[in-house]
Design a protein around this ligand. Structure first.
Ligand SMILES: NC(=O)c1ccc[n+]([C@@H]2O[C@H](COP(=O)([O-])OP(=O)(O)OC[C@H]3O[C@@H](n4cnc5c(N)ncnc54)[C@H](OP(=O)(O)O)[C@@H]3O)[C@@H](O)[C@H]2O)c1
Length: 200
C-alpha cells in the first residue's frame, strides 16, 4: 500500500519507518520537504519525500502527524486534494488547541467534529494518538515482549476500519476498534459515506 506521512517529526518519522519495514511504500512530507532527502535515503528504497500535494497524489492512505494547531493550515492548503482520501488523524489537542475548539463551539473542547469540519470530503480514522512514539517504537515487531501493544482506533466507514486495522496489525500491534460514539477524542460520524462513494 502507498502511505502518505504528513508530518515527519517524532511520531511521523517512526510510524513511517515502521510501515517501510513492513514493505509499504511511504512518501513523507513536512513544512520543508526538501530537508527530507537524507532521511528518506537512510530509511531505504520504500521511502520517498515530496510536497503535501505530491503525497496526497501518491498515497492511498494518509497519516496526519502534525501539531494540532497546524491542522487548519493543512486543511486550507489541501482540502480540495483530500476528497475521497483516507486520512488517519494522530493529533492530540494541546491546551491552546482545546481553547480554539471551545471558542469555535466544538463540544467540551474535545475534537468532536473538528476534523470532519476541516476535511469534509475525506474518509476519516483516528489512531496512534494514545501512545507516545517511544512506546510505539519499542513495541513494534517486538516478539520478545510478553504482551502486544493495544492500539485504539476509530473510523467512519467499514472499509476504512479494515484498512486501519490491517495497518495496525502489520506493525505487530493489536487493533482495538472503538465505535466513533465511544472514541474519546473525535466524532467523525458525519463524514460517513455510502459504499458506492467509497473508492480506493
Ligand atoms: N510525539 C508523540 O509521541 C505523539 C504521540 C501521539 C500523538 N502525537 C501527535 O502527533 C502529532 C505530531 O507530533 P510530533 O511529536 O511528531 O510533532 P513534531 O516532532 O513537532 O513534528 C511535527 C511535524 O509536522 C510537520 N508540520 C507542521 N506543520 C505542517 C504543515 N502545515 N504541513 C506539513 N507538515 C507540517 C513538521 O514539519 P517541519 O519539521 O518542517 O516543521 C514536523 O515534521 C501531534 O499532533 C501530536 O499530538 C504525538
Amino acid at each position: 500500500m502507498n502511505i502518505g506521512m504528513i508530518g515527519t517529526g517524532s511520531l511521523g518519522s517512526i510510524l513511517g519507518q515502521l510501515f517501510c519495514k513492513n514493505l509499504h511504500k511511504v512518501m513523507f512530507t513536512c513544512k520543508r520537504p526538501e530537508g527530507l532527502h537524507a532521511f528518506t535515503k537512510a530509511v531505504g528504497s520504500n521511502a520517498f519525500y515530496g510536497s503535501v500535494e505530491d503525497v496526497l497524489q501518491f498515497a492511498d492512505v494518509h497519516v496526519i502527524a502534525i501539531p494540532f494547531l497546524e491542522l487548519q493550515n493543512l486543511a486550507a492548503q489541501c482540502e480540495r486534494f483530500t476528497t475521497g482520501k483516507v486520512l488517519i488523524d494522530t493529533t492530540r489537542p494541546c491546551p491552546k488547541g482545546k481553547k480554539i475548539l471551545v471558542d469555535n463551539g466544538f463540544i467540551n473542547g474535545s475534537q468532536n467534529n473538528y476534523i470532519s469540519h476541516l476535511f469534509p470530503n475525506a474518509y476519516l480514522a483516528k489512531a496512534f494518538d494514545v501512545n507516545s512514539y517511544e512506546v510505539i517504537k519499542k513495541h513494534a515487531f517486538n516478539s520478545l515482549l510478553q504482551q502486544k501493544l493495544r492500539i485504539p482506533f476509530t473510523a467512519n466507514h467499514p472499509e476504512v476500519k479494515q484498512i486501519v486495522e490491517n495497518l495496525i496489525t502489520h506493525l505487530g500491534f493489536i487493533p482495538e476498534f472503538q465505535p466513533i460514539s465511544n472514541y474519546k477524542a473525535i466524532d467523525i460520524a458525519k463524514n460517513q459515506k455510502t459504499e458506492q462513494q467509497f473508492k480506493m
